[in-house]
Design a protein around this ligand. Structure first.
Ligand SMILES: Nc1ncnc2c1ncn2[C@@H]1O[C@H](COP(=O)(O)OP(=O)(O)OP(=O)(O)O)[C@@H](O)[C@H]1O
Ligand SMILES: [Mg+2]
Length: 475
């Protein structure tokens, strides 16, 4: 029945309101009934206590019956009450009722001892019922001691029909239930609108989520409230933004990869085709084949790097952290590049602050970082350039700096160089043209180690990369 949030809210609130109103109504009604009864009893008690002096005067012959009855009538105030004056034996020696035969009916009747014994002891009584079946309708009876000169000589009873009181109670009930019904209606209207207010943005988000599922990340939720729903909407929109970015990145990535794969493949295909249909002469074919071979190497490198990146991102490259000596690793990477260094006649300047730096890290991954940075430094150094490498430590951290004397990177490009496929000069056509993945791999690996990598570059002067590593415990 309650499928939507809206109907759930309305349903639950409605049940709560209904229960509250019914419980309140029942409690209030009961309370008012008791209250009205005790008020009426107090009234009757006051009335007959006030009558005591007149009855006393009548008993002593100072006041005649006609005057006394007038006082009774005044006390009764059209409540249809019956008044009895009872002697110490329980005989009703004087009675009053609204009609004459009623008045006479009670004369000389005797009450049982238990009916008035307590009064003779000075207490007053309150009773509800037919007073020993003496009345045909239920009455509220109040009895108080009758005193002459301060001595208890009998009792005064006043019986008032309950019917009259019940009418007042019914009037009160009516008001209570009318108020309850009105507040129920107002609350239902209010809760209808508040529930709508709560469920509307959720419905909207729901709708937009379905659009997301279809791949359309352009829709946003338009909710400005500051409450939890507003915060949810804000975060929802932020999520949509990042999904959109991600989608954009994915598209760019696919476009970049396709482009990077296509150009070497086109070259290779063109050369092979040329050799096969003899447009490329037999003497030149060797040269073209070796270019094609270089291109396949580049393709291999690209695919290796892409796989590395994908694995690191998917967390499938758990770091194998060990303690190793960093300076030695740096020397090994430089030696592996010796041929290129001498070919470009690059001066190498090494400055290790300590002879040994034992660090914690994944040696293969750090070798990859060093290789990429040194590879860039050699690649972007001019002939007769300079490659300088420094290591030093500071507060349990070792820093490595790889510096070249290349052309530097324009300021506005610096923040992009960590992006995949980003290359400042796309048109570089020399044989060592890269893919633009090296630095993004560097950053990923260093960050995986919980460390950082920084760049300083000045156009025309050169570039330096610095990255940190954790110094091994005890070294
Ligand atoms: N030492 C440097 N001097 C000048 N520019 C640099 C230097 N290092 C990187 N860059 C710039 O940053 C870009 C990205 O570098 P990255 O190492 O990611 O790619 P790449 O070297 O072009 O290709 P790959 O490393 O995949 O072979 C480079 O193309 C280059 O424009
Ligand atoms: Mg590189």
């Amino acid at each position: 029945m309650f499928k939507s949030l809206f109907s759930k809210l309305v349903g639950t609130y409605f049940i709560i309101i209904l229960i509250t109103i019914v419980v309140l109504g029942v409690l209030l009604s009961g309370y008012f009934e008791d209250f009205i009864f005790s008020r009426r009893a107090d009234e009757l008690k006051d009335d007959i206590t006030d009558l005591n002096p007149y009855i006393e005067m009548y008993a002593m012959g100072v006041l005649d019956q006609w005057h006394l009855y007038n006082y009774f009538k005044l006390a009764d105030r059209y409540k249809n009450s019956t008044i009895w004056i009872v002697d110490d034996m329980g005989y009703i020696w004087l009675s009053y009722a609204s009609s004459e035969e009623e008045t006479d009916k009670w004369k000389e009747q005797q009450l049982t001892a238990e009916e008035f014994a307590k009064i003779m002891e000075g207490e007053s009584i309150i009773k509800e019922g037919k007073f020993g079946e003496r009345f045909t309708v239920p009455v509220l009876t109040v009895g108080v001691p009758f005193t002459i000169r301060g001595n208890i000589v009998g009792a005064i009873f006043m019986h008032s029909p309950v019917e009259e009181i019940e009418e007042t109670i019914h009037e009160t009930y009516k008001s209570i239930w009318l108020a309850a019904a009105m507040s129920a209606i107002i609350s239902v209207i209010l809760l209808f609108f508040t529930s709508k207010l709560i469920s509307k943005p959720l419905k909207e988000m729901n709708k937009i989520t379905r659009e997301f599922a279809k791949g359309n990340f352009n829709r946003r939720v338009n909710i400005k409230s500051k409450d939890e729903i507003g915060q949810l909407a804000f975060n929802f929109n932020a999520m949509a933004d990042s999904l959109n970015n991600l989608e954009q990145m994915r598209r760019n990535f696919v476009a970049n990869v396709s482009h990077e794969l296509r150009s070497p493949l086109t070259t290779i295909r063109g050369y092979i085709q040329g050799i096969l249909d003899k447009t490329i002469s037999a003497e030149k074919s060797n040269k073209y084949l070796s270019v094609a071979l270089d291109e396949t190497k580049r393709l291999n490198k690209l695919i290796d790097e892409l796989l590395d990146l994908a694995r690191i991102e998917a967390g499938e490259f758990p770091l194998n952290i060990i303690t190793f000596e960093l300076n030695e690793l740096i020397r090994r990477v430089i030696i592996s590049q010796e041929e290129r260094i001498t070919e470009k006649d690059i001066e190498v300047d090494i400055d290790f602050e300590r002879e040994y730096f034992y660090v914690e890290g994944d040696i293969d991954r750090i070798q990859q970082v060093l290789y990429n940075l040194i590879d860039n430094a050699i690649k972007f150094n001019p002939k007769k350039g300079m490659l300088s490498i420094r290591t030093w430590d500071f507060e349990k951290t070792v820093f490595v700096k790889v510096k070249d004397r290349g052309s530097g990177i324009p300021k506005e490009e610096i923040r992009h160089i960590w992006e995949r496929f980003y290359q400042v000069d796309k048109s570089r056509s020399s044989e060592d043209r890269g893919t633009g993945l090296g630095l993004s791999i560097v950053k990923k690996i260093v960050n995986e180690h919980g460390q950082d990598v920084w760049i300083n570059s000045k156009l025309g002067e050169g570039t330096e990369f610095i990255f940190s590593l954790k110094l091994a415990e005890g070294s």
